[in-house]
Design a binder for this molecule. Sequence first.
Ligand code: PXG
Length: 286
Amino acid sequence: MSLIWIDGHYHDRATAMVSVFDHGLLYGDGVFEGIRAYNGRIFRLDRHLERLYGSAKGIWLDVPLPAAELGRVVEEAVGKSGIKDAYIRLVVTRGVGDLGLDPRKCPKPTVICIVDTIKLWPQESYERGLTALTAATPINHRESLSPRIKSLNYLSHILAKVEGIAAGVDEVIMLDSSGYVAEASGMNLGMVKRGVVRTPPPYAGILRGVTRDAILELAREAGYGVDESPLNRYDLYTADEVFLTGTAAEVVGVAKLDGRVIGTGKAGPVTRDLFARFRALATRGD
Ligand code: PXG
């Protein structure tokens, strides 16, 4: 079952509709967030709202209600849904306009909150680790559509994902147009070398993941070294461990990349430790 709030009204899956003139549909003109609730408690809602409003600002879109109010909508929708372990999708589109691009023709942004159940990778993926390849499709150039903006335009990530599907691997690693490692199709990337957790910095042109930030905090707390600096494929091939982080998957290891076995070829000890720490944090509710 899912519960959907659109501009102040609740719907179920069958009745939740938006106009074909909505610029979110016509042009991918909008922004979104993917959020999780653990046992009814929403994980880092403030961080997600901050990123949503930042993404909206980045595309010159005024969210028609303050962040605190939208936060209350999310809390209420999760409560009403009765779904304790929920996946929440917030979407703000430019709204209904005409068939031209001009955003000024869209007087009212559409605001959507979907509360649904969550589907995870099977347990064995966490133990075995994922297979991955480097996609030929680069991430969007950061001066074009900034990867910091979580926009409704996911085509480059989807095209990368399609490359992975065609090759029969679980995930793809995307590079920027200079060849530096950016992120996976819907997850951030980290690696471990000699006990140091390394990950590309946000300025490298990645989405600054809420899970990524939590993992870096947990890694520091646990006494691992943390290094945010650009990575290339050689760094990943020779890493002791490579892992991916995201709201849906949490923390998952990469066992094989571009045919190279990473480390011992299964989810490594630091990855498993960070996963356990993340689980404890998320279910504790901070
Ligand atoms: N990078 C990108 C490009 C993302 O879309 C992340 C990193 C991880 O960020 P968080 O804040 O979740 O730690 C995301 C996450 C999916 C899916 O199906 C993932 C995302 C959005 C939509 C779908 O895997 N976002």
